[in-house]
Ligand binder design. Sequence first.
Ligand code: FEO
Length: 183
Amino acid sequence: MASISDRMRDALNGQIGAEIHSSHLYLAMSAYFQSLDLAGSAHWMRVQAAEENVHVQKLFDFVVERGGRVILDAIARPPAEWESPQACFEAALEHERMISGRINNLINLARQDGDHASESFLRWFVDEQVEEEASVDRIIKMFRIGGGQPVALLMLDRELAARVLSPAAVAAVTASAAPQQGA
Ligand code: FEO
């Protein structure tokens, strides 16, 4: 199979940077929730940061497998404060929508290049984005239902404490950690 085009390699490297920034952002959000003593929300954000690291690894491995060179860039400084816990999750949703737009652009690029392997690879991210946006959207709706009441916030925080790494992320990490035989 042909190597990826230079522009697709550069675009995937850009996406690696965006995913590293995502992990950085969610870690900053986790620290924000820790500062509010909302341990469940802090945990949820830590798991999200770990999911983003899985995205980084998947992209990294794909670029290498396709004969490309991974080049890392500087990571932009994330915010440290948000107006409220709900505002923080709203910022997360806005961020995920931006990432979804980037994935769509990457798929468009793969199609322009006739790069079916990249297009097929990127479909995992399309499905992942649908899931990520839906889960953050659900949390924001619960915040709205709670209407800013402390009891509702504490109940929601307790629920968010139960989050675990998604099966898709666990599978991705396991696959990437396995030694490649006879490739
Ligand atoms: Fe890797 Fe949340 O997008």
